[in-house]
Design a protein around this ligand. Structure first.
Ligand code: PMP
Length: 404
């Protein structure tokens, strides 16, 4: 299937409403695809009712749409069953769920292994667990180019390790984690593996069975779906072994004044009214994304990132963070321009209608490792084009003229 970026762009209503915009903040939030928008609208106009409670026809329509979304998410992830898909509010909520439910079973002396490349969402919940349960945190170090240094995995992943929680791809460097050796090291000591997929899912379908991990978390809004929804995928056996995190309606078997029993997953982890419309929108987005020509789209976004990296080297002063080999990274490019503060660069770029992010990107340990307080980050989606790179480079030249 051939791929035309301009065609693809037409599927994103916001971009049509802002023809002047060069949107390069896709690692923060992708634009909503019209399939998701249409599914949410259809649901709100024709199916809106609470799920899992009603016996009337409208409620049954809502139930069917919600469970269909679960199947669509399961298919995108190649999950063994839709029951392995838990709808949550996003990656952060998914990781906190595991930090509480899995963390509940940990004790002093147990270890959780993270990496220095983690987004704060996959670090702070584990620090909070350390406070609650006395577990120790250990960190996989970074290689000079920002990839994880996997050369001595048996040191951090010792028999005391109960869980390894790592990112599938860095939201700063774009570096893709080579998960296979990490999974092998975790399996060798009987530890579970959680993967933060927040940056990976929008670059093509993921195969959780092939990855052979236990938990996989991602956010709908980064995968061209609605905000306020995300997925915690868990291997059936791993989810069934967990107690609930939040208590409330829908997650119980039987409740008496003395106590309660729990529903089976995924309901056990979906207390209260879930983000119904958002999940339906996300399901539609993933169903549409799954059928897209990914190899061509990946080549397109990699080409844009590659050109940006090459042109940055020509501009005076930029320091680039992350691996240069595009095979090991997603199209996310972080850099500093001379000694100009990233926020100042972003402001000049905004005058050129270029939307990029500047700051620490919720990855302060990674910034510390590179000895910088922050960076400018341009992140590409398949709807981006050479014109977006042109505008970004023009804006950067303007920033150099104005601010150095
Ligand atoms: N992990 C990574 C790698 C991310 O990039 C992000 C979002 N920037 C998150 C976790 C958190 O996602 P959310 O805010 O949607 O929960």
């Amino acid at each position: 299937m051939s791929f035309q970026p301009a065609e693809w762009r037409r599927h994103f209503p916001l971009l049509a409403n802002h023809p002047e915009l060069h949107y390069l903040d896709n690692a923060a939030t992708g634009q909503l695809c019209e399939k998701a928008f249409d599914a949410v609208t259809l649901h709100e106009l024709t199916q809106r009712a609470n799920v899992l409670r009603g016996t009337y026809r409208l409620a049954e329509l809502a139930d069917a749409a919600y469970e269909n979304a679960r199947r669509q998410a399961a298919t995108y992830l190649n999950a063994a069953s839709p029951d392995e898909v838990v709808f949550v509010s996003g990656t952060t909520a998914a990781i906190n769920l595991v930090a509480h439910a899995f963390g509940e079973g940990l004790k002093t002396g147990d270890e959780v292994v993270l990496s220095l490349a983690e987004h704060h969402s996959n670090l702070v919940p584990w620090q909070m667990l350390r406070e609650r349960r006395g577990v120790a945190l250990r960190f996989l170090p970074l290689a000079p180019d920002g990839r994880l240094d996997l050369s001595r995995l048996d040191a951090p992943i010792s028999p005391r390790c109960k869980l390894v929680a790592v990112t599938h791809a860095s939201n700063v460097t774009g570096a893709v984690t080579d998960l296979a050796p990490i999974v092998a090291a975790a399996r060798a000591v009987g530890a579970r593996v959680l993967v933060d997929g927040a940056q990976a899912v929008q670059h093509g379908p993921v195969d959780v069975q092939a990855l052979d991990v236990d938990f996989y978390a991602f956010s709908g809004h980064k995968a061209f779906g609605p905000t306020g929804v995300g997925v915690l995928w868990g291997r059936s056996e791993a989810l069934q072994a967990l107690p609930p995190f939040l208590g409330g309606g829908g997650m119980i078997g039987r409740v008496t004044p003395e106590g309660s029993s729990w529903a089976m997953p995924p309901r056990r982890f979906e207390a209260g009214t879930p983000p119904i419309a958002q999940a339906i929108g996300l399901g539609a987005a993933l169903d549409w994304l799954r059928a897209q020509p990914w190899p061509a789209m990946q080549a397109h976004t990699a080409g844009l990132a590659q050109r940006l990296i090459a042109e940055l080297a020509v501009l005076a002063g930029p320091t680039f963070i992350g691996p240069r080999d595009l095979k090991q990274r997603l199209p996310i490019v972080a850099f500093n321009l001379a000694d100009i503060h990233p926020h100042d660069v972003c402001q000049v770029l905004d005058a050129h209608h270029v939307a990029v992010r500047g700051g620490h990107h919720c990855a302060q340990p990674l910034m510390d490792r590179f000895g910088v307080a922050g960076a400018v980050r341009a992140s590409f989606a398949p709807y981006n084009s050479e014109a977006d790179v042109d505008a970004l480079l023009e804006g950067l030249k303007d920033a150099l003229r104005k601010l150095t």
